[in-house]
Write a protein that binds this ligand. Sequence first.
Ligand code: UD1
Length: 417
Amino acid sequence: MDSIRVQGGIALEGKVRIQGSKNAALPILAACILVRDQVFLENCPRIADVYGMLQILESLGCRARWEKEGLRIDTSNLSDGCMPREAVTGMRSSIFLLGPMLARCGQVELEHPGGCVIGERPIDMHLKALAEMGAVFEENERTTTGRADRLRGADITLSFPSVGATENVLMAAVFAEGTTRIIGAAREPEVQALCEFLNLCGADIRGIGKPVLTVEGGRSLKGCSYRIPADRIVAGTYLLAGFAAGGSIFLEDAPFRHMEAVLDTAEKMGACLAVTREGIYAQCPERAENIPRLRTDVYPGFPTDLQSVLLAVSCTGKGDSIICESIFENRFRVVEDLQSMGAQIERLSEREVRVSGAYRLKGKAVSARELRGGAALTAAALGAEGESVISGRRYIDRGYENIARDLRELGARIVCE
Ligand code: UD1
C-alpha cells in the first residue's frame, strides 16, 4: 500500500478544492506550545507531517482532537518530556520546537531533525540567533541540547532570509523580555501566517511580510481560532500538472495572491488563467512552451518546492529550458527517474539542468524519494504514454492529503495501492 498507479495521457478536466498549507500548519502547531490554552485550527491539513508533529506534542502532554472543520488543540498542561525519536528524526519541521520549547520550558533536547533529502539543511542560523537571545546550546552527533534561563529580545540579523530560522526566532521573541528585531527576515506567506496567528493570540509583531520584523516580547498569549491558509504549493502542483496532458481545471480556494511567480510562469508556458475570489481556473495546452530559463528564489520568487514539478512537465514541453535551483543543492534527485521515462535532461552543474522537450514520456515503475520529487513523478506520469507505478507514496503523503483523490477529481485515472 505504498504506491500510486497512473494511466497517463488523459487530459485533466474538473474541479478540486485546495487543502490547508503544510508549511503554515507545522510552525503554527509548534507555536501552540507558547499559548497554554485551547486553539482551534480550521482547515488544518490531514497529512503525515501534521500527524508526526501531533505525536510529538502529545508526548509533551498536549491534547489534540480532530473535528469536522479542523483541529482542536490544548497545550495548558505541557512538560519538557522526552519526544518520540522516530517522529522527531522523521521530519524537518521538528526544528520548529526549538524556539517554543526554550521559551516555555527553558530547555530542549532535540534529536537532529530529518525530513526530505534535498540538501544538507544545516541549522546554524537557528542556533546562532537563539544564542543571541540568551540560549546556550550543546551539540553532539545525535542531539542538540539547549538551555535558556531567560530569553531576551535582541537585534538579529539573518545572513539569508531562512524561513525556518525566522519562524524559530519569532516564536522565541514573542516570549522573550524586550524588543526583538529580525533583520533580513523571510517574507514567505507561511511566515506571515505564523505572525498573524501569534498576533491573534495576543502577540505584538509588526512589519508582517516585510524584511524587518519587530516583536515586542513578554506578552502572555491566549487561545484563538485561526484558519490555516490554503496551500500554494499544492495549488501550484495541480496547476502545473495541467500541462502534463493538457486540460481545463478549477482550483477552488487556491491562494492566488501568494502565487504570482507561479501564475506568471504558467501563463508564459501557454496557460489561459482566470483568477476569481473562488479560485483559479486554468486551461493548459497539451504541450507547454518551455521557459528558456527559470531560477527558484525566496518569496516572491518561484518556489523551490515547485521546481521538480515544473521540471517534470517541461520534459514534454516545446523547446529547451534551463532550470536553476538556488535554495537546496540536492533537489534534482528526480532527474534519473524522469530520464528512465524518456526525459531528455542534462545536468549542467550541481544546481542547474537543461531539459529538452521530448514529445511524450513513457509510463514506467519509478520511486519517489522525497515529497516534491514524488509529486513531480506523479505529474510526469499523468502525461506519459501507458501506465506508471510510483512507489514511495509515503513521501508524497507527508505534504498532500490525498494526491490520487485530488487528481481523480480532476479527471485523472489514478489510484493508490
Ligand atoms: C525551505 C524553503 C521554504 C519551503 C521549505 C520546505 C526557501 C527560502 N525556503 O524552508 O520555502 O517551504 O523549505 O521545503 O525557499 N540554511 C542554512 N542554515 C540554517 C538554515 C538554512 O544554511 O540554519 C540554508 C539552507 O541550507 C538552504 C537555505 O538556507 O540553502 C534555505 O533554508 P530555509 O529557508 O531555512 O529552509 P526551510 O525553512 O526548510
